[in-house]
Design a protein around this ligand. Structure first.
Ligand SMILES: *Cc1c(COP(=O)(O)O)cnc(C)c1O
Length: 396
């Protein structure tokens, strides 16, 4: 009987709309890239994709996807352990291990699944998970699916982490879990201190590199490179859906025994389909590119610095960032929405974020820089920010 719940759902939807939190989706009619065409027919410069290296529409990856489909077919119609593993799946796992300098890697349909399936197979109620308060929703869900004791420390707050580690000393095993880059500010987790505390209080360390792999560190190896701690992080999760081509797919990479056990027991791996050959083959090509050259990382880092410097010179307040995420602080929620709408009229596509996505009174516009952007894109963006900033009296 749909009647009663239908009314209830309509009320729920209305309350979301009344709170101004209803998400409308903007329709893009071109490939993802620095410039995109939207349904209205306008072309805008995109500053809100996770397309950090500009690979979402890269000819070499499209070619590799075509070749993968030609040689290995369209779909697998199977999970990995029944008949869903091809030679290319094993090759991609090896390439990911080489990239991060880890023992072994297991692929998932998405990083959401990697995080959802990582804790429950290795930890029980005797153990403790100590998680950063700003960790991604998929980590939170993964923790929920596991019986281990839960501890939460304030974002990147090492005193608080130490407190929680002390509290968790009674448990059999402990694991500290953090995002590498936090997506709302662009700050990195203080991995050097986390490793120190992990050694002092006998804990494992897990990092979700979704926004950091490909992006931070001189050659884009992520936070383990940035902090020079390769080999000290026990579990890394990541996505092929952001910097690494932007299609789909996730992975967990790390210690041999952990990955082995995940293959035996991780539910999103055991009970969900294999990644399709086109995506796998493009992933292999992508990691080969990463091994051959760091040009894209260099361009991304140049672009990010260029944009930040110009925005600061213009008088905007930017959150400290070590990634390609730049939070332009406006503090006021309606202002952030108005500002973003006006930027779109200027051909700049960005998103304004406000509570509850960010803390109350911390509204902002998040700009994501890409190696696909050229100086003319960045200049146009800064000029539009300046124009609207003056119009809305954010700038004097
Ligand atoms: C985007 C993101 C994910 C999810 O990745 P998908 O592969 O899209 O499921 C997980 N963790 C973090 C930190 C992310 O930013």
């Amino acid at each position: 009987m749909y009647g009663k719940i239908k009314e209830h759902l309509q009320e729920e939807l209305k309350s979301i709309k009344d709170a101004g939190l209803y998400k409308e989706e903007r329709i893009i009619v071109s490939p993802q890239g620095a410039e995109i065409k939207i349904e209205s027919g306008d072309t805008v410069i995109n500053f809100c994709a996770n397309n950090y290296l500009g690979l979402s529409n890269h000819p070499a990856l499209i070619q590799a996807a075509r070749e993968g489909m030609a040689s290995h077919g369209f779909g697998m119609s199977s999970v990995r352990f029944i008949c869903g593993t091809q030679d290319i799946h094993k090759t991609l796992e090896r390439k990911i291990s080489e990239f991060f300098g880890t023992d072994d890697t297991i692929l998932y349909a998405a990083c959401f699944d990697a995080n959802g399936g990582v804790f429950e197979p290795i930890l029980t109620k005797e153990d403790a998970i100590i998680s950063d308060s700003l960790n991604h929703a998929s980590i939170i869900d993964g923790v929920r699916l596991c019986k281990a004791q839960r501890y939460r420390y304030q974002n990147a707050d090492m005193e608080d982490l130490e407190e929680k580690l002390k509290e968790a000393q009674e448990q059999r095993f402990r694991i500290i879990v953090t995002d590498g880059v936090f997506s709302m500010d662009g700050n990195v987790a203080p991995m050097d201190k986390i490793i120190e505390l992990a050694e002092k209080y006998d804990a494992l360390v897990m990092v979700d590199e979704a926004h950091s792999a490909g992006v931070v560190g001189e050659t884009g190896r992520g936070v383990t490179e940035l902090f020079d701690i390769r080999g000290k992080v026990d579990i890394i999760t990541g996505t092929l859906g952001k910097a690494f081509g932007g299609a789909i797919g996730g992975f967990t990479t790390g210690r041999k025994e952990i990955i082995d056990l995940l293959r035996q027991r991780s539910r999103p791996y055991l009970f969900s389909n294999s990644i399709p050959p086109a995506v796998v083959n493009a992933g292999i090509r992508m990691f080969d590119m990463m091994a051959e050259t760091h040009e894209l990382q260099e361009k991304l880092q140049r672009n990010t610095k260029y944009f930040m410097d110009k925005m600061k010179d213009a008088g905007f307040e930017i959150k400290p960032t070590e990634s390609a995420i730049i939070a332009v602080m406006l503090y006021d929620a309606p202002l952030s929405q108005k500002f973003a709408a006006k930027l779109l009229d200027e051909g700049i596509y960005v998103i304004g974020f406000y509570y509850p996505v960010v803390p109350k009174g911390q509204a902002r516009i998040r700009v994501q820089i890409s190696a696909a952007h050229d100086t003319k894109h960045l200049d146009k963006c800064v000029d539009a920010f300046k124009k609207i900033g003056k119009e809305l009296k954010v700038l004097k």
